[in-house]
Design a protein around this ligand. Structure first.
Ligand code: ARG
Length: 459
C-alpha cells in the first residue's frame, strides 16, 4: 500500500505491532455504512457550495456507491482507520485529481464523530423497538395472570401474597422507564458535528445545515470544538444501557431462582437451557445466567468510557478512539439481552400450582391479620403488630383461641371480646382475599391489575 497520509510529513512507516496498536479498523466496521453516508452528504454539499465541480461530484458519488456495494472487506485493512482506507479506495477508483477533493473542508475528527452518532442513532431506534416488544410481552403474560397467586418477597423472604401480574408489571414499568431514557438520550445523540473539521471549522464556505438535513439529524452541535471533542452522548447512552442491563439482570436472577427445584415457579423453554456434560439429568438456565453476567459487560463499558474521557483537554485527542468500541460492546450486549429476555419470558412455562401453593408459606398473611385486628378491635396497629409477631414465633397460622391467649398477655383482654370472630381470622388468612383487598392504586387486586395493565397498554 502507498499510505495517502504518509507521503508528506512522516518518513518511517509503523510496523505491524504499531499498526495493530493504533488502528481502529476492527471497531470501524460499525461505522462503514455511516461513513459512506457522511461522505455522500459532504460531497453533495461541497458541490452545491461550488467547492468542487459537478463532474467531480458525480464521479465521487458513483465511486462511493460502488465502494458501499463492494463492502468493507474490499477495503485495505492496514490503514489506521476506515476513513482514510475509504478515501484511499476512492482515489484508487477515480484518481486523485477527483477523489482527492472529497476531504476538502473536513477532518476525520468531525467525520468520526458524525459517523458514531449516525450509527448510534439507528441502533437506538432498534433497541427502542426491542424494548417495546419486551414490555408488551411482560404486559401480555401479566394480563393472563392477574389471578395467579404467588408469594411476594422482601429480603427474598416470603412477605405477603401477591400475583404474578403484579410482579411482571413491576418489571414492565421499569422497562418502560428504560425506553423513555433511551428516547431521551436519542435527542442528544441525533445532532450533527459535521463541518467542524479538525475543530476550528474551515475557511471553505460550508453549509452545515445542508449536511445536517441530508443526514437526517435534528440539529447541529454548534460549537465546532465541542462538536469534535464531546463524547458525553456515549457516556449517557452507556449509562442508560447499564441501568437497563441492571433491570434485565434482576429479572434474569429471578428466572434462575424461579427455575430451581426449591421454587419451581417456572420452567424455561429448552432453547434457553443447557445441560451438563456429566450429569445427564441437568436442565440449567444458562441463558438467564449469561444475561446476568453480561450486565457486567455493560457496566464495564460505561466505566471504561468514563475513565477514558476523564480529564481530556479540548479538543480532539486520539484517546477518543479508545472510547468508541466500548459503546459498540455495550450496545451489542444490551440489544441481544433485551431480545433474549423477551423470548425467555414469552416461552417460559408457568407453574401456577407451585406459585399458589407457596403464597401463604411463611405466614405471609400476617400483615392482613394484624390489619384486621386494627379494623375490628380498634387497637393500635403497633399493638396488633406485637400480638401477631408473637403468634408468628409458632409454626403456621394461628387459631382464634391462640390469638386470644397472646392478646391476654399483651393487652390484658381477648380480641374475640372486642368482636374478632373465627370467620374474620380465616378471611384474613386467605391469600385470595388478601390480594382482592389490595385495591389501592398499583396494588395486586385483580381489578387494580387489570386497570394497570390497560394503562400500560395505552401509554
Ligand atoms: N479513528 C479515529 C477515532 O476513532 C478517527 C480519526 C481521527 N484521527 C486523528 N488522528 N485525528 O477517533
Amino acid at each position: 500500500m502507498s499510505d495517502i497520509l504518509r507521503r508528506g510529513r512522516l518518513a518511517s512507516v509503523p510496523d505491524e505491532e504499531i499498526i495493530e496498536f493504533t488502528s481502529s479498523m476492527s471497531a470501524d466496521k460499525w461505522i462503514f455504512n455511516s461513513d459512506i453516508l457522511v461522505d455522500l452528504a459532504h460531497t453533495v454539499m461541497l458541490k452545491e457550495r461550488n467547492v468542487i465541480r459537478a463532474e467531480d461530484c458525480r464521479e465521487i458519488l458513483k465511486g462511493l456507491l460502488k465502494i458501499r456495494e463492494e463492502g468493507i472487506e474490499k477495503l485495505d485493512h492496514t490503514y489506521e482507520d476506515i476513513h482514510i482506507s475509504l478515501e484511499s479506495r476512492l482515489i484508487d477508483m477515480v484518481g486523485e485529481d477527483v477523489g482527492g477533493r472529497m476531504h476538502s473542508g473536513r477532518s476525520r475528527n468531525d467525520e468520526v464523530a458524525t459517523c458514531i452518532r449516525l450509527t448510534l442513532r439507528n441502533e437506538l431506534l432498534m433497541i427502542m423497538e426491542d424494548l417495546l416488544a419486551l414490555r408488551n410481552t411482560l404486559i401480555d403474560v401479566a394480563s393472563e395472570n392477574v389471578d395467579t397467586l404467588m408469594p411476594g418477597f422482601t429480603h427474598l423472604q416470603h412477605a405477603q401474597p401477591t400475583t404474578l401480574a403484579h410482579h411482571l408489571t413491576a418489571h414492565a414499568n421499569a422497562i418502560g422507564r428504560d425506553f423513555e431514557r433511551t428516547r431521551d438520550c436519542y435527542t442528544r445523540v441525533n445532532m450533527s458535528p459535521l463541518g467542524a473539521a479538525a475543530f476550528a471549522s474551515t475557511g471553505f464556505d460550508l453549509d452545515r445545515e445542508r449536511t445536517r438535513t441530508l443526514l437526517g439529524f435534528d440539529g447541529i452541535v454548534e460549537n465546532s470544538m465541542d462538536a469534535v471533542s464531546s463524547r458525553d452522548f456515549l457516556i449517557e447512552t452507556a449509562s442508560v444501557f447499564a441501568n437497563l442491563m441492571i433491570n434485565l439482570s434482576k429479572m434474569a436472577e429471578e428466572l434462575v431462582i424461579w427455575s430451581t427445584s426449591e421454587f419451581a415457579f417456572i420452567e424455561l423453554d429448552d432453547r434457553y437451557a443447557s445441560t451438563s456434560s456429566i450429569m445427564p439429568q441437568k436442565k440449567n438456565p444458562d441463558t438467564a445466567e449469561l444475561l446476568r453476567g453480561k450486565s457486567g459487560v455493560a457496566i464495564g463499558s460505561l466505566m471504561s468510557l468514563i475513565s477514558i474521557c476523564k480529564a481530556l483537554p479540548l479538543s480532539y485527542n486520539r484517546d477518543l478512539q479508545e472510547a468508541t468500541p466500548n459503546m459498540w460492546r455495550s450496545l451489542k450486549t444490551t440489544r441481544s439481552s433485551v431480545r433474549v429476555m423477551n423470548g425467555m419470558i414469552a416461552t417460559m412455562k408457568i407453574n401456577k400450582e407451585n406459585m399458589a401453593g407457596l403464597a401463604t408459606a411463611g405466614f405471609t398473611t400476617a400483615t392482613e391479620l394484624a390489619d384486621t385486628m386494627v379494623r375490628v378491635c380498634d387497637i393500635p396497629f403497633r399493638t396488633a403488630h406485637q400480638i401477631v409477631g408473637v403468634l408468628a414465633r409458632g409454626n403456621g397460622e394461628p387459631t382464634l383461641g391462640e390469638i386470644d391467649a397472646v392478646a391476654h398477655n399483651v393487652i390484658g383482654e381477648s380480641l374475640s371480646g372486642r368482636g374478632l370472630t373465627e370467620q374474620m381470622v380465616n378471611e384474613a388468612l386467605d391469600p385470595i382475599l388478601n390480594v382482592r383487598k389490595r385495591t389501592v392504586t398499583g396494588g395486586p387486586s385483580p381489578d387494580t391489575m387489570q386497570q394497570l395493565v390497560s394503562n400500560c397498554r395505552s401509554r
